[in-house]
Design a protein around this ligand. Structure first.
Ligand code: PAF
Length: 285
């Protein structure tokens, strides 16, 4: 496995792969890799001739008040995890390498960024879309892999790739969870012992909402209120939002029908955690 830190090295290696007819799979990450990331790597290794993992804590997607400086980093351990997963190339650039000049061009995705994470973190998705567009341009992948834990991010990236005609298939991979249901996230490292014990309430609440839908509830507001009340009942959780939307458009759907997604975000001490679950209903309700 190769580790490169410059765009020129990345391009040179991947040009050679493509010249030989190889397909490149891209797994963009911010490092501090966990089993959720490993599942993305495994999907890429299975589908492509060359898998590239990028490790870059992207300053553009953090607001000044957020955790950019504190974001956990461990490049040595990340390299080991990539090597074990059969990754061919790790690209770990510096901020100066990715943004050599003051950024004057950014990518903004309208519509689906207006709610949920986009409403709570107004500059976040422009930062994500910009860095992912740059990584697509640098790596030229056939496929790129993103976790469904960041469900809205996955939709934003897929929309950006479609709208800007990037010749890349955006592949969403299922959430990987701890035994008690907590979705894996690098930010789980911020949790104290007590917060870690409380955090599975996010998944429990979403599952309670999904069960109500499966049992026949079709009013999105009733489902939303049930999920919110379950999270609020946990004193260590500070609820940000609960949304019950169409899984394809992320728009409200009332009465509930088709592919429905329940999403929530809550803060547990320093950690702001996201989770979501899906329910499939007949298209007519
Ligand atoms: O999900 C993440 O880790 C980041 O938002 C991503 C997609 C790597 C862009 O920086």
């Amino acid at each position: 496995m190769l580790l490169v830190t410059t765009a020129a090295e990345l391009r040179a290696h991947l040009d050679a792969v493509r010249r030989d007819g190889g397909r490149v799979g891209l797994v963009p990450t911010m490092g501090f890799l966990h089993d959720g990331h490993v599942s993305l790597m495994a999907a890429s290794v299975a589908d492509n001739d060359c898998t590239v993992v990028t490790i870059f804590v992207n300053p553009l997607q953090f607001a000044p008040t957020e955790d950019l400086a504190a974001y956990p980093r461990d490049l040595d351990r990340d390299r080991e995890r990539c090597e074990e997963a059969g990754v061919d190339l790790v690209f770990a650039p510096s901020v100066e390498e990715m943004y050599p000049a003051p950024v004057q061009t950014t990518v903004t995705v309208d519509g689906i960024t207006a709610t949920m994470e986009g409403a709570s973190r107004p500059t976040h998705f422009a930062g994500v879309a910009t860095v992912v567009a740059k990584l697509f341009a640098l790596a030229g992948p056939c496929r790129a892999y993103f976790g469904e834990k960041d469900f809205q991010q996955l939709a934003v990236v897929a929309t950006m790739a479609r709208d800007l005609s990037f010749p890349v298939e955006v592949v969403g991979c299922p959430i990987v969870r701890e035994a008690d249901g907590l979705a894996l996230s690098s930010r789980n490292a911020y949790l104290t012992e007590e917060e870690r014990a409380a955090a599975p309430v996010l998944h429990e609440a979403l599952e309670a909402g999904a069960a109500a839908v499966r049992d026949g509830e079709r009013d999105p507001e009733e489902v939303r209120a049930l999920v919110a009340a379950t999270i609020r009942a946990e004193p260590r959780a500070e609820l940000d939002y609960v949304a019950v939307v169409d899984a394809g458009t992320l728009e409200p759907v009332d009465p509930l029908r088709g592919e429905v997604r329940l999403l929530a975000a809550a803060r547990f001490g320093r950690a702001r955690l996201l989770d979501n679950v899906g329910v499939s209903l007949p298209a007519g309700g």
